[in-house]
Ligand binder design. Structure first.
Ligand SMILES: Cc1cc2nc3c(=O)[nH]c(=O)nc-3n(C[C@H](O)[C@H](O)[C@H](O)COP(=O)(O)OP(=O)(O)OC[C@H]3O[C@@H](n4cnc5c(N)ncnc54)[C@H](O)[C@@H]3O)c2cc1C
Length: 415
């Protein structure tokens, strides 16, 4: 009997656990997944939580959170996977032991590190103190409450309009949030019977243009959509300081705002640095080979956002994407199985490049291939189908369907 331990129940960790569960019997292995939370977080819809409208958060906070925070109990029901809620604080690679905050130890024969990423500030002064971070469901709900409070203050005449938002980072996360916030704040202003210009949203990007990885024609569609929603895009505008109510653009103006939301970057979980003997690159990501194993520890696997792996066809690092983590999780599971059967490991074959970006309301841009872009309502439908497909891959069909129905009902209230 071998002990397989997976730390992190994100996209990669959950896939590894479920695949191992299918492939191994309870006589062959114990499969344990540890996460600090008791739910799997569907990060791609986090922007919907920050910008949700029409729920009374005093009563419906749990309902809102459950749209994207899926209890591990539901995912691993009827499987052999043991879920443990704990924060892991140390790993001893020589003793093959892992310790949680409560001083509990877990031993392993195979370890999968799937700890994800955390917010990267690039050393910008004031981000940690003053900006709203955008990485957890609590942060998104908190932001939502604060936004509602601001408009209520305006309704009571206690503050001037417009309410000003600055979103830092015009990658997919920033764009999705800006688009949906424009829809949400319009609805709130209507309910609060506010007239005139109620909202100002600036989306700020340090690079010469938004979304450098996408084709020009898709960037044009996204930009036009943002403009239509009233979002102002500022490119070539690196931020050198964030204050309580302003951002200072390098060699540029100081812009005031009520909300400064940081979506500018991620870095690998800093916890990895505490693991003595684990090979990391200069940015603190775990170095893995094409079999998703740590370079000199074949019994330790790394998957998803906490790893660095170069795509051999481009020599560029794999992007931090949910489906990349899922694919790597599948390979890690397969290779643990192969190791148990003394078989040659399988190579991870990079696949990425398709994407779907929702840009406010029932509108999304889907890049499905070099010459295939679907945008508008049908892009939004496609995104819904992809999200549903994912839910169904981790939940029984009936639960995936009811969760998707609930998500559509909650998320479209602001469209
Ligand atoms: C706002 C946002 C929107 C995104 N939108 C998209 C999108 O539309 N499409 C897409 O493909 N990708 C998207 N991504 C990227 C995608 O979510 C990540 O690439 C993906 O989550 C990576 O999966 P992972 O398994 O590596 O880590 P994660 O999914 O981040 O999971 C890591 C898990 O590890 C746990 N953990 C961390 N440290 C510890 C510890 N010490 N002890 C115990 N548990 C721990 C965490 O609680 C978490 O559950 C988005 C990311 C963000 C932040």
């Amino acid at each position: 009997m071998v002990d397989i331990l997976i730390i992190g129940g994100g996209f990669g960790g959950v896939r590894t656990a479920l695949d191992l569960d299918k492939k191994l019997s309870s006589k062959e292995a114990t499969i344990t997944l540890i996460d600090r939370n008791n739910y799997h977080l569907f990060l791609p819809s986090l922007y919907e939580i920050a910008s949700s409208f029409g729920l009374d958060l005093k009563k419906d906070e749990v309902r809102l959170k459950k749209t994207i925070a899926i209890p591990f109990g539901e995912i691993f029901e009827d499987t052999k996977v043991n879920f443990v809620q704990a924060e892991i604080v140390s790993v001893d690679l020589n003793k093959k032991e892992v310790w949680s905050k409560g001083e509990k130890s877990f031993r392993y024969d195979y370890l999968v590190l799937a700890l994800g990423a955390e917010t990267e500030t690039f050393g910008t002064v004031g981000v940690l103190e003053y900006a709203y971070k955008f990485k957890s469901v609590e942060e998104a709900v908190f932001l939502n409450k604060k936004i509602n409070e601001k408009y209520k203050e305006a309704e009571r005449g206690e503050r001037p309009l417009p309410v000003r938002f600055i979103i830092v980072g015009a990658g997919f996360n920033g764009i999705e949030l800006a688009g949906e916030l424009a829809c949400c704040t319009k609805k709130i202003a209507e309910v609060c019977k506010l007239k005139n210009k109620c909202t100002e949203i600036k989306l700020i990007e340090a690079a010469p243009q938004i979304l450098p990885v996408v084709y020009d024609k898709e960037r044009v569609i996204i930009r036009e959509r943002l403009e239509k929603l009233g979002v102002e895009v500022l490119e070539n505008s690196p931020i050198e300081q964030v204050g309580p109510d302003f951002v200072q653009i390098k060699d540029g103006p100081r812009l005031n705002a009520d909300f400064i939301i940081w979506t500018a970057g991620i870095r690998a979980s800093s916890f990895l640095k505490n693991i003595s003997g684990l090979k990391l690159d200069e940015r603190g990501k775990m170095t893995v080979n094409e079999f998703m194993q740590s370079i000199d520890r074949p019994e330790v696997f790394g998957i998803g956002d906490n790893t660095i792996l170069l795509d051999p066809s481009t020599s560029k690092p794999m992007p931090a994407l949910a489906y990349v983590a899922v694919d790597q999780g599948k390979v890690a599971a397969e290779n643990i199985l192969r190791a148990l059967k003394n078989k040659q490991p399988e190579k991870y074959r990079p696949f990425y490049g398709v994407w779907i970006a929702p840009v406010g309301g029932k509108f999304a841009v889907a890049h499905l291939g070099r010459n295939l872009t679907v945008s508008g309502f049908w892009g939004w439908i496609l995104r819904g189908l992809v999200d549903f497909r994912y839910m169904w891959s981790i939940l029984p069909l009936s639960k995936a369907m009811s969760l998707t129905a609930e998500d559509v009902s909650v998320f479209t209230k602001n469209d």
